[in-house]
Design a protein around this ligand. Structure first.
Ligand code: BDP
Length: 632
C-alpha cells in the first residue's frame, strides 16, 4: 500500500469523527528546528495556567467550544490532566484546553507558527475559532503555520481538543484482545496512559521573506581532522548563506552554495576535539542566511564530532568499543504525570551520573527536547525510541496498515526532531512487538510459525529500512520481547532484548534463571553474530521491604537479580551494554501485579530515593571497564 493511500486512511478515520470542518495534517518537516530566540527569530512560551473542560459526551465541536470555553476549570500546562483533579485520573476521553495571548507587534510581517510539544494522543487545534490542524500520536511535537490567522491588537484564542481513547489500531495500542497487559485503563503497554498537554506550547516567528527551514549535521573524522557535513534547507529567494563552526579556540567560516533550496557544505576542523561520554565537547554551528552585510536569518545549534559503528561484538564510539551502562526510563512524576518537569530532569541526570551510568533509552516514546540537550552536554548516549509499543500483527490488514502508517510517521518526526544530537546513537523503531507465536512453543525462535509472524517481520523490516534511508550515521534497532523470534532480531543492528528470567519466568529461582539466561544469550549471539544489548532486566522491589535475598519484592532480591544478570553478562564478550529496568518506580494502570498502580522495578523510588540496587550499581559502574568488572 502506498504512503498516500495510508495517509488517506488516517484522514478518513479522523474525518469520520470530525464533521465538516477542515483540518490540515501536521508535517514532520515543521518540527525540524526547535524555536529559537535570536535577532531574526522570536519565541513565546505559553506555559502557565490554561482553561480546561471535559467533553465526555463528545459534543464540544457541535457546541462550538472552539469559540470560547464557558464553565471551565484551571489547569497547568505542561502537565498531564490525570492527576491534577480527583475526577480525571482514569479519564481519557475528549477534553478541551484554551488560552489567549496577544502576538507582539514586532512579529508583524513574519511567518508565525504554533508548536505543541506533546498532546497525547490525538489533537485538533483552532485559532480564533477557525480550524487549523490535527495530529495523531503523543510524545512528539507538531507545528502549524498560523500567520494568516493571527489577529493584531487584540488577544488570540488557542483551543486544543485532545483525547486518548485506547484503541487497537493506534500506537501505542490499547484495548487489544488477549494483550498480556491486563490493566485498567486498558492500555496494551505497561505505563499509565497519561493524557493532555504534556509539554510546552510555543508560538514563534521566523522571517517571512527567506528563512532557514532545516539544518542537518553529520560528523566524521580522519586522524586528527574532524569533518562536519552540513545540509541547509531554506525557503525564499535569498541564495547566499554561510556557516560558522566554532569552539576550542577555533572559528571556521565556510560559504554555502544553494542548488534550489538546498545547500551542502563540509567543514573540516583541524585537531578536532571529539565528543565522548568522558568529554562531551560541543561545537557551535551557526547558519546565517544572506550575506555578512545583509543577513536575513540565523539558526544556531550545537554538535559533537563523533562516529558510531557496530562490529560483531561491540558498539564503537569514535572507533573504540563502548559499554552502555544505564537504564530504561520513563517521563513520570507524581501529579505532573508525564508532564515536563525540569527539576526532575536535572535530578535524573545527577542521579544517573551518581550511579556511573553513561546511557539510557527513551522507553517507550521520545522525551522532551531538553532531555537530549542535557544528554549532549552531560555526555550520555541515547537509544531514541518511537512510541511504537504494544505492536501486534494478527488482526485485520487495515488495522495493521494503519499502525504501520503511524509508525512511519513517528520515524519521520523523530528523525526530523532529534537528528542533530550527538547523544543519540540508535533509533529504536519499536519496543517488544508481539509475535502471535509468543508463548506457543518455546524460546529463541523455536516457536511454531504463524502467518502473522511473517507480516510482523516485514513490518519491522520496513521500519528499519525507513530509518536507514534517512540516516546511515546511526544504528537502527528494535527491542525484542522475551520469547520472540530470533528471526526478527536479525533485522536489528544490535540485538536489543528485554529479559525477565528470575521474575516473570523462574520467579524467585535465580539459580535456574541464571542457567537459562547464559544459554540463551550464547545461542542468540552464535546465530545472529551481532552484539547483544540487554535493554531491560530487573525485579520489582518495595522500597523499605527487607528480607532474605531470595524473597521477591525485597530490595535484596532486586539487588541480587540485577547482580546475577550483570555477572553473566560480564562473562560474554559480545554483550555491549546493560540497561536496568527501570531507573525509577513509575505509574501504571491498575492490575493485580501492580500494587498501588505502580511498577516497582525502579532502582530509585518515584520520588528519586535510592534503593539498595542503586547503591549496588553505583559501586559496580564506577569501576573502569565494565567488561572486566569483578564481583562487587
Ligand atoms: C517489559 C516492557 C516494560 C514493562 C516491563 C515490566 O517492555 O514496558 O514495564 O516489561 O513488566 O515487557 O516491568
Amino acid at each position: 500500500m502506498t504512503k498516500s493511500i495510508i495517509n488517506l486512511i488516517i484522514l478518513l478515520s479522523f474525518a469520520a469523527s470530525s464533521f465538516a470542518q477542515e483540518f490540515t495534517l501536521a508535517n514532520p518537516k515543521d518540527i525540524a528546528l526547535f524555536p529559537q530566540q535570536n535577532d531574526f527569530r522570536n519565541t513565546l512560551n505559553l506555559s502557565g495556567i490554561w482553561k480546561f473542560k471535559k467533553d465526555s459526551l463528545g459534543v464540544g465541536e457541535e457546541k462550538k467550544l472552539f469559540n470560547g470555553l464557558t464553565d471551565f476549570r484551571s489547569i497547568a500546562v505542561p502537565s498531564s490532566w490525570n492527576d491534577q483533579f480527583n475526577d480525571t485520573h482514569n479519564y481519557l476521553d475528549l477534553a478541551w484546553y484554551e488560552t489567549e495571548t496577544f502576538i507582539p507587534n514586532g512579529w508583524k510581517g513574519e511567518q508565525i507558527f504554533i508548536r505543541v510539544g506533546s498532546a497525547n494522543y490525538a489533537a485538533k487545534i483552532w485559532i480564533n475559532g477557525t480550524p487549523l490542524g490535527m495530529h495523531e500520536g503523543g510524545h512528539i511535537p507538531f507545528a502549524f503555520d498560523i500567520s494568516s490567522m493571527v489577529k493584531w491588537g487584540t488577544s488570540n484564542r488557542i483551543s486544543i481538543q485532545i483525547e486518548n481513547i485506547l484503541k487497537p489500531d493506534r500506537v501505542a495500542t490499547g484495548n487489544v484482545a488477549g494483550s498480556p497487559f491486563s490493566s485498567y485503563p486498558k492500555a496494551s503497554f505497561d505505563f499509565f496512559p497519561y493524557t493532555g498537554l504534556n509539554r510546552a506550547v510555543w508560538l514563534y516567528s521566523v522571517p517571512a521573506a527567506s528563512s532557514i527551514k532545516d539544518v542537518t549535521v553529520k560528523t566524521d573524522f580522519n586522524a586528527t581532522t574532524g569533518k562536519v557535513d552540513i545540509l541547509v534547507e531554506k525557503a525564499g529567494r535569498t541564495n547566499s548563506a554561510y556557516v560558522t563552526v566554532s569552539g576550542d579556540g577555533k572559528e571556521i567560516e565556510v560559504p554555502i552554495t544553494f542548488s534550489g533550496n538546498e545547500g551542502k557544505v563540509t567543514v573540516e576542523i583541524p585537531n578536532v576535539k571529539l565528543w565522548s561520554t568522558d568529554d562531551p565537547f560541543l561545537y557551535d554551528v551557526t547558519v546565517v542566511l544572506g550575506s555578512k552585510n545583509k543577513p536575513v536569518d540565523r539558526y544556531q545549534l550545537q554538535t559533537g564530532v563523533r562516529t558510531i559503528a557496530v562490529t560483531e561484538k561491540d558498539i564503537l564510539l569514535n572507533g573504540e568499543p563502548i559499554y552502555l551502562k544505564g537504564f530504561g526510563k520513563h517521563e513520570d512524576f507524581p501529579i505532573y504525570g508525564r508532564g515536563t518537569t525540569q527539576p526532575v530532569m536535572v535530578k535524573d541526570f545527577a542521579l544517573m551520573k551518581w550511579t556511573g551510568a553513561n546511557s539510557f533509552r527513551t522507553s517507550h516514546y521520545p522525551y522532551d527536547e531538553e532531555f537530549y540537550n542535557m544528554a549532549d552536554r552531560e555526555g550520555f548516549l541515547i537509544i531514541d525510541e518511537t512510541p511504537a509499543v504494544g505492536l501486534f500483527f494478527y488482526d485485520d490488514s487495515t488495522s495493521v496498515a494503519k499502525r504501520k502508517a503511524i509508525c512511519q510517521q513517528y520515524i519521520d518526526e523523530l528523525i526530523s526532531r532529534d537528528k542533530n544530537h550527538p547523544s543519540v546513537i540508535m533509533w529504536c523503531v519499536a519496543n517488544e512487538p508481539f509475535p502471535e507465536s509468543l508463548g506457543k512453543g518455546g524460546f529463541n525462535g523455536m516457536a511454531k510459525e504463524y502467518e502473522s509472524d511473517a507480516v510482523g517481520k516485514e513490518f519491522l523490516a520496513s521500519l528499519i529500512e525507513q530509518v536507514k534511508e534517512k540516516d546511515t550515521s546511526r544504528l537502527a534497532v528494535f527491542v525484542g520481547v522475551m520469547g520472540g523470534p530470533a528471526d526478527w532480531l536479525s533485522l536489528s543492528d544490535v540485538i536489543c532484548i528485554n529479559r525477565y528470567w528470575g521474575w516473570y519466568t523462574n520467579v524467585g529461582d535465580l539459580t535456574t534463571a541464571k542457567a537459562y539466561l547464559g544459554g540463551e544469550m550464547d545461542k542468540l549471539h552464535n546465530t545472529l553474530k551481532k552484539p547483544i544489548m540487554m535493554t531491560e532486566f530487573g525485579a520489582d522491589a518495595i522500597a523499605g521491604m527487607h528480607a532474605s535475598e531470595d524473597e521477591i519484592y525485597s530490595e535484596e532480591y532486586q539487588r541480587k537479580l540485577i547482580k546475577m544478570f550483570m555477572d553473566i553478562a560480564d562473562t560474554k564478550d559480545y554483550v555491549t551494554g546493560m540497561h536496568v529496568w527501570n531507573f525509577a518506580d513509575f505509574k501504571t494502570g491498575q492490575g493485580l501485579m501492580r500494587v498501588g498502580g505502580m511498577n516497582l522495578k525502579g532502582v530509585f523510588t518515584q520520588d528519586r530515593k535510592p534503593k539498595m540496587a542503586a547503591h549496588f550499581l553505583r559501586k559496580r559502574w564506577n569501576t573502569a571497564n565494565q567488561k572486566e568488572t569483578s564481583d562487587q
